[in-house]
Ligand binder design. Sequence first.
Ligand code: NAG
Ligand code: NAG
Ligand code: NAG
Ligand code: NAG
Ligand code: NAG
Ligand code: NAG
Ligand code: NAG
Length: 354
Amino acid sequence: MMSKVLFSMVILLSSVRHTGGDQVTCVFSEDCIVPCRFQPGSDEVIHWVKLEDQDLPVHSYYYNTDHLEQQNQSYKQRTALFNAQISKGNASLLLRDVTIQDKGRYKCYSSTMNGNKESFIDIALNAPVRWLDIQLSDDKSMVTCSSTNIYPEPKLTWSSKPPFDFYPGNINISTNIKGLYNIISSKQLIKNQTNICTVSSGTINKTASLRLEAPVNSSSSSLVTILCRVPHFDLMTFDLTWMFNHTVPILTSTYTNSTPQMHVEYRWKKNVQGVSESRSLQLQRLTKDHQGTYSCKISTARETHLVLTSLDFTSDAAAVKSSPSPVAAAVAPSPSAVAAAVVFIYCKYNFSPY
Ligand SMILES: *[C@@H]1O[C@H](CO)[C@@H](O)[C@H](O)[C@H]1NC(C)=O
Ligand SMILES: *[C@@H]1O[C@H](CO)[C@@H](O)[C@H](O)[C@H]1NC(C)=O
Ligand SMILES: *[C@@H]1O[C@H](CO)[C@@H](O)[C@H](O)[C@H]1NC(C)=O
Ligand SMILES: *[C@@H]1O[C@H](CO)[C@@H](O)[C@H](O)[C@H]1NC(C)=O
Ligand SMILES: *[C@@H]1O[C@H](CO)[C@@H](O)[C@H](O)[C@H]1NC(C)=O
Ligand SMILES: *[C@@H]1O[C@H](CO)[C@@H](O)[C@H](O)[C@H]1NC(C)=O
Ligand SMILES: *[C@@H]1O[C@H](CO)[C@@H](O)[C@H](O)[C@H]1NC(C)=O
């Protein structure tokens, strides 16, 4: 008995000196397997402990069953061993819904009739940048880029295409209640340029860009093309979304190896003439109700590109309004006003576009 205690103390001391050990990187809020192996033998005893000022019992197993009486609350219902694998010398721990507090050094103690062993495993934590939000301020002067729930501490950089010297803007980084980082930065919008934001954490980065195009004029009779210009565009597989006034969907299209599969919203079917090869939106039969902001969003797992264009509806009726005598104009409307009225009626009452 004495020799066994001594033996395990020697192992403990020698293991502690080897600070290397194994490392496993777990992803925030996902499940993680923390590996541990031992020489198979009968009467297995397994103790997983987190090493802190006061060691935290994580998971114990003996007499062929789990023993969680001592388990620290923070691991409650989040741990499991692979019971069927234990007889094969697998003491790996399944840790569910990983939190930032799980980060740190763990000890896996195993003992059988053949002897005992201690292994040390470091859990590193990762919460990769999952998405970036990029927005234009209401007065169209500032562009804001943000993301949340990132670990380790993220970095944010602004750039532009074509390259341009600009004040980089403030970058605010804060930690949230989960112990993860939130990041936000605003800078002045550069007009006629693609404003690019990149956020990186660890080895992962994501990019979002925003471009404000010059306003486009339309009238009821004209065919309008709204561009979706993205610099150095070489993507072949991506999602394209055209929206009106930021929240109203017009169409979505999924490109797989450059082949689009497009869905146009019912209410826009009579207005959407098509999407060009360069992803431009071609609109027809517009009315004053179509005045607003058109946004093209291209997204892949790594990139989001947003192009905003405002459309002004200059109806031919404007000519009527500016006429010195509205009554006279109404009595004898100009030919273009008649054409506009015909098109308007056609749009309003003929729901079948062809
Ligand atoms: C232990 O078993 C689990 C479940 O089969 C497996 O995923 C894991 O890789 C094994 N671990 C080791 C260290 O063999
Ligand atoms: C569980 O661990 C935390 C530290 O992570 C500690 O504050 C708490 O007191 C522990 N709970 C028990 C029941 O030991
Ligand atoms: C960053 O923090 C400063 C000071 O707290 C604040 O004035 C500014 O508005 C913040 N910027 C953003 C983009 O939230
Ligand atoms: C943007 O570019 C267009 C054409 O390239 C040009 O006519 C316009 O003046 C530019 N606007 C600004 C604000 O630079
Ligand atoms: C972002 O990641 C890609 C590969 O995933 C890499 O080629 C690129 O250099 C990275 N960019 C930055 C700014 O870290
Ligand atoms: C759009 O119309 C406004 C006046 O209504 C005019 O000032 C502007 O130059 C027009 N823009 C284009 C691109 O035609
Ligand atoms: C779209 O946005 C413009 C500008 O904010 C607004 O004037 C217009 O009423 C909006 N259109 C609809 C249909 O909500």
